[in-house]
Design a protein around this ligand. Structure first.
Ligand SMILES: [Zn+2]
Length: 445
């Protein structure tokens, strides 16, 4: 049989389309406000998308907060005093170059297109303008100056402005970190590539406070920690590349930044970032720290210092996308193409699905419900009941959700207390004792 080989470009386009379509079909991710024609740059997460996202966030929190002695959590408000964004430099400096087509009036990021003509209609482009990416709104009943507030464009400042509160409440010794997971908002000129660049997104950030002389050591340390986590959640390591941002392109406050890039179907682009932000932010907020181990400083002030900061910054949505793209797989079974998500069991929205072979046989349903589903649900939580359609259809559905195990209760179960357990990746089925189910699954996850 002759098959025309697809070009790499076409394959990539296909992969992206398949993942976006699977996400909608199986209830992971929907376009925002879809029944009203959508709202560009927003996405709604459905049942399995929320579950996947929660597992990712929990894995991050467990590794970087719960398992450490030197990390403090925070959940700061999204609305912050405007002065925060003046001090951080965002009011004056958080801008993207915007260019508008004179003919079709479509807007583009000037740094992302060829400026000789409009990419959409070929028309002439206007002058490049600077456009502030913060979403502004007003607090209170009137729109006078002073009531202007911004939805935070990054979670980092919520950490910096709570530096003193954290030090006063917990008396941490350097080095220590403050961690936060939360939403951030950017008025992107051109949101695109599914959840890669959206206007509302979620970040997982750490500000790790250190003494200046230790920055290189901790920079390398955090780079390693980030790679460990990236591997742990099942992002394809062959597609992850770390690149040092050249000196001339560094943000003015950073002495070193490493971008972790991923080979998305639409190109090699940023996944996560690691930055040495020096003492820029704490200085801007006029915050300092009494380093008791330092003794008298040349300034005459006993131990007063401004700690420096290493910032590992990760996007939840980009993690979701990279994990889905890494997990999406196809194989051929009985002449049919099967698509499945090879998610790690620790991250998968569902660990196992329980089915009675036939849903109109009360004795099977009763057994499956009370002796299999209920105890597994109590043990693992992420267990679902699936009696919709025939067994083949259920397997197909669970494969696409990324469920590692499907358990079926059949007529033999009623006499010998064994069930069929099927492995998502190999399709292999085993017959095991109901009493061994918990241990069997625990061993595999
Ligand atoms: Zn145009």
């Amino acid at each position: 049989m002759e098959k025309k080989e697809k070009t790499e470009d076409q394959k990539n386009k296909d992969l992206m389309e398949k993942v976006v379509s699977l996400c909608k079909r199986r209830g992971f991710i929907f376009p925002g406000s879809e029944v009203y024609g959508g709202l560009a740059g927003t996405w709604d997460f459905g049942h399995f998308g929320v579950a996947l996202k929660n597992n990712i966030k929990q894995s991050w929190w467990k590794k970087f907060v719960d398992s450490r002695k030197d990390m403090y959590g925070i959940d700061a408000a999204i609305l912050m005093n405007s002065e925060v964004w003046v001090a951080s430099g965002h009011v004056d400096g958080f801008q993207d170059p915007l260019v508008e087509c004179k003919k079709c009036h479509h807007r583009f990021r000037a740094d992302q297109i060829d400026l000789s003509k409009c990419p959409d209609c070929g028309g002439q482009l206007g002058e490049t303008q600077q456009f502030n990416m913060m979403f502004g709104t007003y607090a209170g009943a009137t729109q006078e100056s002073g009531s202007k507030v911004y939805l935070r464009p990054e979670t980092a400042q919520g950490i910096f402005v709570n530096f003193k509160n954290t030090v006063d409440a917990f008396h941490p010794k350097l080095p220590f970190g403050i961690a936060q997971i939360g939403k951030a908002f950017r008025n992107e000129i051109a949101p695109r590539d599914f959840i890669f660049r959206s206007r509302e997104f979620e970040q997982m950030e750490i500000e790790y406070f250190i003494r200046e002389e230790d920055w290189e050591k901790y920079f390398e340390y955090w780079k390693g920690e980030m790679f460990d986590w990236i591997e742990e959640v099942g992002i394809d390591m062959r597609k992850v590349h770390d690149t040092d941002i050249p000196k001339e392109d560094l943000a003015h406050y950073s002495k070193r930044t490493v971008d972790f890039e991923f080979d998305y179907p639409f190109g090699r682009k940023e996944l996560f970032g690691l930055a040495y932000r020096t003492d820029f932010d704490l200085k801007n907020h006029k915050l300092d720290y009494l380093d008791e181990e330092k003794g008298d400083l040349p300034t005459g002030k006993a131990g007063k210092t401004v700690p420096h900061v290493i910032e590992p910054s990760l996007g939840v949505d980009r993690a979701v996308l990279a994990i889905l793209l890494s997990a999406y797989s196809e194989d051929e079974k009985d002449g049919e193409i099967r698509s499945f998500l090879k998610l790690k069991p620790s991250i998968a929205p569902v660990i196992c699905a329980v089915s009675p072979l036939l849903k109109n046989k009360p004795e099977l349903v009763e057994y499956a419900n009370t002796k299999v589903f209920a105890p597994l649900k109590a043990e693992f939580g992420r267990v679902i009941w699936d009696d919709n359609g025939n067994i083949g259809k259920r397997y197909r559905r669970q494969d696409e959700i990324g469920t590692p195990f499907c358990i079926v209760v059949d007529f033999d179960t009623l006499t010998d207390d064994t069930v069929t357990i099927r492995d998502r990746d190999t399709g292999k089925q085993e017959r095991i004792q109901v009493s061994n189910l918990k241990e069997y699954i625990k061993e595999k996850i």
